[in-house]
Design a binder for this molecule. Structure first.
Ligand SMILES: [Zn+2]
Length: 50
């Protein structure tokens, strides 16, 4: 039971990364600091549907 997700930059809303998660073990929303090529800095990326 894995769900495919994308990680979207909080600042420009672009989807820079794709990932998946196990719905049974990770029920909370993912939010990671990752590098955004468009903002050219590390920003918070939150999960969204692919
Ligand atoms: Zn960005």
């Amino acid at each position: 039971m894995r769900e495919l997700l994308s990680l979207a930059c909080e600042e420009c809303k672009r989807r820079n990364y794709t990932t998946d998660k196990n719905k049974r073990t990770m029920t909370e929303k993912l939010a990671l600091k990752k590098y955004c090529n468009f903002c050219r800095k590390h920003t918070l990326h939150k999960e969204s549907k692919v």
